[in-house]
Design a protein around this ligand. Structure first.
Ligand code: GAP
Length: 513
């Protein structure tokens, strides 16, 4: 099955089992807007908890806030979003499809990189043990030709984006002979800038412009509260402020399910440091965040850093943690060294002094900032896409299983009486009533035990507890493990400790501190 088919199946699975629904589906849906269902919202809450506790609870110098979505409109002038939060868009005149010009070029570059990787693999197969990749990349004519093209296109793209030269962007697309994936033609319009912020009206003040924006990032809610938190929390630099919340962007090119949405959620942390120390902190946060991802065990090879070729004018370093989604490596989290740009701009636009007094050096300064910013929905997609497996079992049967890391699984265990009589449901309820004080449990007595196991596999429940006649005699049950499908008989009294040891977030945190 191709990755595209797997992704299609995953999308259908998310709906079938109550993870994600198209927004307002009964009205045919709203493009790039989604609702999380009964299991999706559990998983989402668990991801939030993993992030919040790893950031706020495990770091004594990080605190969390919850700022409003609406902010004073001057915020977005100060931050630069009103003037420059734009995407360069280009339309194909034949298919009438719209694309981001820079994304078309990045995809072109990615294809050349892929070609080179294939050449390298060919070489490896041909030369076997004696293969030297470095030497091969430095001498193979095909690889060298592609590499030269990659560097040339990158340099031209960065120059065009930095100079806001939209004509040069279009010329580069033509020069690379990029075709529209739908129509297959090179019949492109000019490139135009498009602001991504949604606006609405505040109140009903006649004669006054009450335009306000739905925040396109949560970060500004942290910056404008820097002084409030620093003073009331008596925070000393270096320290961080974390926040989870909704953000809104009028994405024109909204594709790939919940990867790019118009309403989404971010988990952001701004870490305030002394000027001159920011690049050290940037390096440290890259490693801290990568460790957080890897602790989930989705596969270390699924992550890579992608340093930005084009730095935003306020940044002096930026990288993405990319994840291997079914449609390729894509940005999952951004880590940015944002200098003192945001705080300085808010100081200028608000007329308030936004500085930190360092008691050790008796100096005041505008702190520098390292930002870590991850999309909650993208994290959800990363987990679901690596968890989703269609397996053929030894006996020829098939099963769909979600191998969600146990601490994040929406339902931790299912309690299943073997049959609906003889006192088995009563004992099953008794077990469930005790365990539900700590874990999200499901009770299920309908259909054969095999069918019930499959239902739980399909929603990623790590443990199924089966209550049978022997349970009434000796106070034991069967516990079945989702990933291995193995079963063992254990005492009812030991259930709590066993499950707790597997689903506890402690297991994840122990790997990252
Ligand atoms: N405050 C910095 C900031 O917002 P960004 O790279 O624009 O930086 C950060 O966004 C993260 O937010 C991304 O890495 C991605 O995970 C998520 N994100 C951005 N736009 C998104 C969208 N339209 N839909 C879903 N997630 C998005």
């Amino acid at each position: 099955m191709t990755q595209e088919e797997v992704f299609k199946n995953l999308t259908a699975h998310c709906k079938e089992y109550g993870f994600i629904f198209q927004s307002s589906e009964i009205y045919d849906g709203l493009s790039a807007v989604y609702d999380y269902g009964q299991l999706g919202s559990e998983l989402k809450n668990n991801i939030k908890k993993y992030w919040w506790e790893a950031m706020v609870r495990l770091h004594e110098n990080i605190v969390g806030i919850d700022a409003a979505i609406f902010m004073h409109p001057r915020t977005w002038e100060a931050s630069g979003h009103v003037g420059a939060f734009n995407d360069p868009l280009i339309d194909n005149k034949d298919s009438k499809k719209r694309y981001r010009a820079d994304v078309l070029l990045e995809e072109y570059i990615a294809k050349l990189e892929e070609k080179n990787n294939k050449e390298v693999e060919k070489g490896r197969r041909k030369w076997g043990e004696s293969f030297n990749e470095e030497q091969f990349r430095a001498t193979n004519p095909n690889v060298l030709r592609n590499q030269a093209k990659i560097e040339d296109v990158k340099a031209k793209m960065v120059a065009a984006l930095n100079a806001n030269d939209l004509k040069a962007l279009r010329d580069l697309i033509i020069e690379c002979e990029i075709v529209c994936p739908i129509s297959g033609t090179k019949n492109w319009t000019d490139v135009r800038q498009f602001n991504l912020m949604f606006s609405t009206q505040l109140g009903n003040i006649s004669g006054e412009d009450g335009t306000i924006y739905l925040r396109p990032e949560t970060a500004q809610g942290i910056f404008v509260n820097f002084l409030n938190v620093q003073k009331t929390g008596r925070m000393k630099i270096p320290f961080g402020i974390a926040q989870i919340g909704k953000a809104f962007r009028n994405e024109i090119v909204a594709r790939q399910f919940i990867f790019r949405m118009r309403e989404f959620e971010q988990m952001e942390m701004q870490f305030f440091v002394k000027p001159g120390t920011e690049l050290e902190w940037f390096k440290a946060w890259k490693q801290t965040r990568l460790a957080w991802h890897k602790a989930l065990g989705l596969g270390d090879q699924k992550y890579r850093f992608h340093d930005h070729d084009k730095l935003a004018h306020y940044a002096n370093a930026a990288t993405d943690i990319e994840f291997e989604f079914p449609f390729g490596f894509k940005e999952l989290e951004g880590i940015h060294s944002r200098t003192n740009y945001d705080l300085s701009r808010h100081q200028e636009y608000s007329g308030r002094k936004i500085q930190y007094f360092d008691p050790e050096t008796n100096e005041s300064y505008v702190p520098y900032v390292i930002e870590t910013s991850i999309g909650l929905d993208r994290m959800f997609l990363a987990i679901m896409s690596s968890a989703y497996k269609e397996e053929t079992l030894e006996n020829g049967e098939t099963r769909v299983v979600l191998g969600i890391p146990a601490p994040l699984a929406p339902v931790k265990l299912a309690v299943l009486p073997l049959i609906k009589k003889d006192g088995l449901p009563e004992l099953a309820h008794k077990i469930m009533n005790e365990l539900k004080l700590e874990f999200n449990c499901q009770y299920d007595e309908k259909d054969s035990i095999g069918k019930r196991y499959r239902r739980q596999d399909a929603i990623g429940t790590p443990f199924c507890i089966t209550v049978d006649h022997q349970s009434l005699q000796d106070n034991t049950v069967t516990i079945r493990y989702r990933d291995t499908m193995t079963q063992e008989r254990i005492s009812i009294d030991s259930l709590h400790d066993l499950i707790s040891s597997k689903v506890d977030y402690k297991n994840l945190f122990a790997k990252i501190i």
